[in-house]
Design a protein around this ligand. Sequence first.
Ligand code: NIG
Ligand code: FE
Length: 417
Amino acid sequence: MTPATTTLWRHAHLVTLDGDAGWGEVADGALLTEGGRIAWVGPEAALAQGLAGRPAPEAEHDLQGALMTPGLVDAHTHLVYGGDRAAEFELRLQGATYEQIARAGGGIRSTVAATRAASDEALFAAAARRARVLMAEGVTTLEVKSGYGLDATHEARCLAVARRLGRELPLTVRTTSLGAHALPPEYVGRPDDFIDAVCSWLPAQQAAGLVDAVDVFCDSIGFTPAQTRRVFDAAQALGLPVKLHAEQLSDQGGAALAAQYRALSCDHLEHLSDEGVAAMAASGTVAMLLPGAYYFLRETRLPPVAALRAAGVPIAIATDHNPGSSPALSLLLMLSMACTLFRLTPEEAFRGVTVQAARALGLPDRGRLAAGQRADLAVWDAQHPRELAYVFGHNPCRAVIHAGVARATGLTQGLRA
Ligand code: NIG
Ligand code: FE
């Protein structure tokens, strides 16, 4: 996968995101990639110095002033599932709520039935189609959760499909085991027995190399804080990092609990309390805001962005792609929504899908343009990075570079090698 070539990208409008704030723009910049990493980045004026003592690059491209940013990171998705929930969408439009549908055995459980019935090939083909749509908008790293199998076999199968995506597509995939997503029909009335089962699957998933992190849906229609704690203890015993679907529909104190386990991220957070904010700030946990679910479920309670900002909690943004609460396949649209609905600045939102999203996955090697970072890059038809949060409904991405190799879209054909 890692190319042996060195490539020089010239005359780019670079958005480095170096430092803790600001875009880190270099108006006329150059960037050298070597073996899948960024070897040098800086202004054109310093290029001679940058290349001094290095072999001549094997390929050179003139970007003619196009915007070049880090590749995007979608750090919260449920990409692997069977079926869809369009009929449930219609039901909600007739007045049923997401919670009512879930309590009546629909919702996540209906997707579980469709997922269990789908073949590995069908699951892979559908997930790969979805991943390619995200990638066409500059996504180079993607997190994928399980959570629609809900037994040992089907959970492992979904995680294996996610791993296969990372092997067969020019994309880095991080997998998250979300067995505690919903109570499957065979455990109705026995949630604690189900939590025992979820904990018992983790060692085998880890031994098979299927899991990078562990997640729980802690909510009134999900699992309790005490049940969440048991799953986190099992994860911790295996050395696996945790994250949490927390405070989406109600305040369960999940974020504060997750912070005790130094969670990578707490996700959703519309009902996050001041105590939750303080606990996340103290543990360095990322606040993963998911405007797609907020929009699609017509939530009215906003995540406490001002409090998160004031406390210095890092904020990330993701699609939360899933069939029930966010059938969105556009991380750029989430930038727009994060600004319009949540009042993030374009810079905060963009950091939220690059450097902060990478942090939420525990991947400090990406999300910025700096020597030593992975050469995961995106090239855009835009004059200024704020335009990426401003436009919606069309895709200004011209090229995607994963591990130093350019893929896809219009610009690559026009590039002079
Ligand atoms: O992140 N909140 C729980 N899980 C998903 C929704 C899953 C579904 O409805 O299928 C979410 O929003
Ligand atoms: Fe989710």
